[in-house]
Design a protein around this ligand. Structure first.
Ligand code: GLA
Ligand code: ZN
Length: 689
């Protein structure tokens, strides 16, 4: 097999606009595995699906061992029946290729298909998501299966979309992957001199004189204490890029096999939001539409899943995405699995739609009887009842979505604020030795995202290669690596009157994680009008007071010592030998401004700074004084402006309407200045006049 070439998705490529499945309303349903059940259960299922307004079923996700019980012997009996039944019931299917869990016969016949882990252990057959992306047998058999499925079902009346594999992820460190890695490096660098330079190998006597000397960075080679501790950031970064491309190669190979028989049906794979191991921006151009599985961390504020939605919407240049999975009630994969409270499912579903989802689907339609997901929430539980609280909530939502029809389909988010999200920076920051391992990329990004969202701004979360010309505000939190022409494009944002905001540990290194041989912050120093020579890092419990105008906030973790070089101080440190020096600066640049936040401010501090930036552009929303009330806009293809209001509090939210509107959920007309009260966990979808 040939080594995967470095993916074309990054940098420089423009994301391709989406090609979404065509539906008459928001697709509603979820993962359905009737192959686990006898016929009479199928009858019950479809009766209940009709009652719940379910029109879309994701099928075949884990069917490989049924569809191909021995190598090359395909048996489509069960899938035929599942799809024919769906069609007969007027439902559509998202058909999975089923290649995420290999059957036992395959692993036995071709042991190379089993992954080798970070510690160098070759695994034996077990679990799922367990295939080596470089395995020729896996590639041959997975594409053969995808091709056979496409050949058989391309024109099937139930077929709505293709779902390749499932939640691609993880990594392999086997000899086949090592060989492919070397091929990938040759394609990327051309010469060993270029590679040695990029990885800075003269440090610790690492100059490579033959490609064969290069080993994957693992616990057996460059790493200690796990994946975040590496002697050479350059090789570890490249392995993450390579593994992203290697798994992407599995996806594109299956997609090609499908396309040989089915030129048109949209193809996706279900992503996991802000998932560190895979750079989804490298994948985005290869998907027809983006879809993802939202399982917010325990106790997460609502801005966490919102960030996931906006990141996923940013993959296809703002086109709508699909929420491929969420739980109707509870997960099973955590140590402790809380239940979604009454009303929380509805609110989470409307939140997804508010952020651009044109489908909201569940994992799972009926609970598995056995194995590790038997307690994972399902629309239909083991008893098959339709009078449970969860079923009733699912059915009520189904009714609401049916009534809404196509009112939100294809609508886009009119954001004037962009937040740059960069997997390279995420990786580089978290594998860095110094200044602090306590800085976590998603936490800092989330703090800035949350501040903008709670102030009422719509936010596009975009790759660093995105076109920035349409934005008033560009946020670049902890953007550790600055690559390509980004510095010029950020300067352009400020020059024409926009505002750029960067933070500590931004613009420290180039694409290979080599420090810029200039003043910090490297290529952004001119734009930001500052110079940083020193930085202090302290344990989590050390809080530095920071004063902004009349407000006092706390700052932690990293304290950069900023020397203004044209910028003016906005906030200052209140303690230690750098007391009185700037913690936040603003630099007038062209017709605009560039802000720098030199430390990890607490959330009120981030809110304070971000609101000052947004205010300059009139981007503070009408309900910004109500942090529990989330707002999000979408504009439909015919130009209708929609405003979603989401009350995340368990108490009513009395508001005063800021404009005339009609609530699409109640049909009620709302006059500007009139009271508008959201129920506890309540939602309004306003069509603005
Ligand atoms: C993931 C997978 C599903 C299922 C759910 C629940 O999102 O895609 O197959 O395992 O989680 O754990
Ligand atoms: Zn491998």
């Amino acid at each position: 097999m040939t080594a995967p070439a470095p993916a074309t998705g990054n940098p420089g490529d423009r994301p391709h606009p989406g090609h979404l499945p065509t539906t008459a309303k928001i697709a509603y349903g979820g993962d359905y595995n009737p192959e686990q059940w006898p016929d009479d259960v199928w009858d019950d299922d479809h009766r209940l699906f009709t009652r719940a307004g379910v029109d879309t079923l994701t099928v075949g996700v884990f069917s490989w061992s049924l569809t191909e019980p021995t190598e090359g012997a395909y048996d489509f009996t069960v899938l035929d029946r599942i799809l024919d039944r769906a069609a007969a019931e007027g439902r559509r299917a998202v058909l999975a290729t089923g290649t995420a869990a290999v059957p036992p016969w395959l692993a036995k016949a071709y042991p190379e298909v089993n992954r080798t882990d970070f510690e160098g252990r070759r695994h034996r057959y077990g679990q799922r998501h367990n295939f080596c992306p470089a395995s020729p047998a896996y590639r041959r058999l997975s594409t053969a299966l995808a091709g056979r499925l496409a050949e058989r079902y391309a024109g099937h009346p139930a077929l709505l979309a293709w779902h390749i594999n499932n939640e691609y992820g993880g990594a392999c460190y086997c000899d086949l992957c090592a060989e492919d890695f070397r091929g990938w490096l040759r394609a990327r660098y051309g010469t060993l001199d270029a590679l040695n330079d990029a990885w800075w190998t003269t440090f610790w006597s690492h100059r490579y004189t033959d490609w064969d000397q290069i080993e994957p960075p693992s616990a057996l080679t460059e790493h200690w204490r796990g994946p975040d501790h590496t002697a050479f950031q350059g090789i570890t970064l490249d392995y993450q890029r390579f593994m992203t491309d290697a798994l992407l190669g599995c996806f594109t190979a299956e997609k090609e096999a499908i396309r040989a028989h089915d030129p048109a049906t949209p193809v996706t794979t279900n992503f996991m939001g802000a998932y560190r191991p895979l750079d989804y921006h490298r994948w985005a151009p290869h998907l027809d539409f983006a879809s993802w599985d939202s399982y917010p961390p325990l106790g997460a504020p609502p801005s966490r899943p919102a960030l996931g939605h906006d990141l996923m919407r940013g993959l296809k240049d703002g086109a709508p995405f699909w929420l491929m999975e969420q739980t109707p009630s509870t997960t099973a994969c955590h140590d402790v699995n809380p239940l979604r409270r009454p009303g929380e499912l509805r609110l989470a579903t409307w939140q997804a739609i508010a952020h651009g989802a044109d489908a909201t689907l569940y994992f799972q339609m009926r609970a598995s009887r056995g194995a590790c997901e038997k307690y994972f929430g399902a629309v239909i539980g083991h008893a098959g009842r339709d009078d449970t609280r969860v079923f009733r909530e699912v059915a009520a939502l189904g009714e609401e979505l049916t009534a809404l029809g196509d009112a939100t389909l294809g609508a886009r988010t009119p954001a004037r604020t962009a937040l740059l999200f960069d997997w390279d920076s995420w990786w580089a920051l978290e594998i860095s030795d110094g200044p602090s391992r306590l800085v976590r990329y998603p936490d800092v990004v989330h703090a800035y995202y949350r501040a903008a969202r709670e102030a009422g701004a719509d936010v596009d979360v975009v790759p660093v290669t995105a076109d920035l010309t349409g934005y008033d505000v560009v946020l670049a939190p902890v953007l550790h690596l600055v690559k390509g022409d980004l510095a010029d494009r950020l300067e352009e944002v400020a020059r024409r009157g926009g505002t750029v905001l960067a933070t500590f540990l931004t613009a420290r290194c180039d694409e290979h994680d080599r420090a810029f041989p200039t003043d910090v912050p490297g290529p952004l120093a001119g734009l930001l009008g500052i110079r940083v020579d020193e930085w202090d890092a302290r344990p989590e419990d050390v809080v530095q007071p920071v004063t902004i105008g009349a407000s006092r906030h706390g700052a932690r973790l990293v304290f950069e010592i900023v020397q203004p070089r044209g910028a003016e101080p906005v906030a200052t440190y209140g303690a230690d030998f750098y007391a009185g020096t700037p913690a936040v600066t603003r630099h007038r640049f062209g017709a605009g401004e560039a802000w720098y936040v030199a430390t990890a401010l607490d959330q009120p501090g981030v809110d304070d700074v971000v609101r000052r930036v947004l205010a300059r552009h009139g981007l503070i929303g009408p309900y910004a004084d109500r942090p529990a009330v989330e707002t999000a806009h979408r504009v439909t293809p015919d130009g209708t402006r929609l405003l979603f209001l989401l009350n995340h509090a368990p108490e009513p939210a009395p508001l005063t309407a800021h404009t005339d509107a009609t609530d699409l959920l109640t049909g009620k007309r709302i006059e500007r200045g009139a009271p508008l009260t959201l129920d506890p966990l309540g939602v309004a979808v306003l069509r603005l006049q």
